[in-house]
Design a protein around this ligand. Structure first.
Ligand code: NAD
Ligand code: TDX
Length: 339
């Protein structure tokens, strides 16, 4: 089986590459990644010499390159993780989100039509459903919840989902889509809440909390997400959407305080900063469909997952220090300097 994993040098894609190579010794995993600021070859270092792994640097929106990769690699399955993924960056500069997340997806879909594949899987997000009110803890996103986006990022991901479904219906392309809640774990880029807080606390730097810190996210350990995608590409029904989440809801403030406590530091590090414009209040997934149809269940609950994650960041300082000491410093100054 030949599987093209786009965005495999990023956080979830990288974990997925490791997971698949570990689990299947007769699958070839081809990573296609443009190595944007979020892509990191150090994430792929543990597998780079694996005989079943191949890395190709390239942009999913580059039609000639994508067609060439399909012609040469003859993939059976495509799993598309490649995306611009940070909401704050999408608010600052939306255009690249449209190019990568929408045009890039359309190029991959065209390549699938042209060369034929067994499955195209789109890695989407719960953010396509918008948000839920904080005072209605009885409400959850199901696969039938209408798309209702808030940020340029989520709008671009929802657009991509619609294109994927259109290609499924019109061209009978064998597609599946998964919509996952917030992931955390190893190799998470330090612009995102959990790794940013761990890095700042370890360096005794202020921890920026947007607004009052009462927004709720439904945290999923990244390996649970990888296992769900593995199940969907093998046993998921063509044309279907699967929500992935593990009922691990926490307010941002709870998450921040958990990390500070685990690292034995003071809550005085918490600094309330200006809120994110259009900030989604609560995400919460109903995973009943994937549990019933595919037997998936999360295996790592938040209290244990966050401990493992903190330990990973302590043990792998070089990985994230290389990031925060580079270009990222300019990003941090731009986004947080005036707050
Ligand atoms: P990430 O930003 O860590 O990684 C994205 C990867 O895609 C990087 O390696 C980057 O170099 C690559 N990339 C970007 N533009 C590209 C292009 N034009 N061509 C080829 N490669 C390109 O993202 P992530 O957090 O790992 O998210 C992966 C996917 O999962 C995204 O589609 C995201 O929308 C989705 N998702 C993420 C989360 C989360 O909590 N992180 C939750 C649900 C869904
Ligand atoms: O410095 C910060 N302070 C803060 O309070 C940052 C970076 C974030 N936050 C808040 C905003 C959110 O309520 O923490 C929460 C989590 O923020 P992010 O880590 O930026 O994630 P989120 O916006 O929830 O989106 C993530 O989950 C869904 C991923 O980045 C998306 O790619 C995915 O689709």
């Amino acid at each position: 089986m030949n599987i093209i994993v786009t965005g495999g040098a990023g956080f979830i894609g990288g974990n997925f590459v490791h997971y698949m190579l570990n689990k299947y010794n007769d699958y070839k995993i081809i990573c296609l990644d443009a190595l944007t600021y979020a892509g990191n070859m150090e994430t792929l270092e543990p597998v780079i010499n694996n005989k079943n792994f191949k890395f190709i640097k390239g942009d999913i929106a580059d039609r000639n390159l994508v067609y060439k990769v399909f012609e040469e690699q003859k993939p059976d399955i495509i799993v598309n993780f490649a995306a611009e993924s940070h909401v704050d960056r999408s608010i600052d500069a939306p255009e690249i989100f449209l190019k990568t997340n929408i045009i890039g997806t359309s190029v991959l879909l065209d390549a699938c039509r042209k060369y034929g594949i067994k499955r195209y899987h789109q890695v989407s997000t719960d953010e396509v459903y918008g948000d839920l009110p904080l005072d209605r803890t009885d409400l959850f996103f199901t696969e039938k919840t209408p798309l209702h986006t808030s940020s340029p990022y989520s709008a671009s991901k929802a657009s991509a989902d619609l294109l994927v479904q259109a290609y499924g219906r019109t061209y009978k392309l064998p597609i599946t889509i998964s919509r996952c809640s917030n992931n955390y774990g190893p190799y998470h880029f330090p612009e995102k809440l959990i790794p940013l807080v761990i890095a700042n606390v370890l360096n005794d730097r202020a921890v920026p909390v947007y607004g009052k810190g009462e927004n709720v996210r439904d945290w999923l350990y990244v390996e649970d997400h990888c296992r769900a995608i593995d199940m969907i590409i093998h046993d998921g029904k063509e044309g279907e959407v699967y929500n992935i989440g593990g009922h691990n809801e926490r307010t941002n403030l709870q998450v921040v305080k958990t990390i500070i406590k685990a690292l034995g530091k003071s809550e005085k590090l918490i600094t309330y900063v200006a809120d994110r414009p259009g900030h989604d209040m609560r995400y919460a997934i109903d995973p009943t469909k994937i549990e019933n149809e595919l037997g998936w269940k999360p295996q790592t609950f938040f209290d244990y997952g966050i401990e493992k994650t903190i330990k990973w960041y302590i043990d792998n300082k070089k990985w994230w220090e290389n990031i925060i000491n580079g270009e990222y410093q300019k990003y941090y100054e731009k986004m947080y300097g005036g707050k």
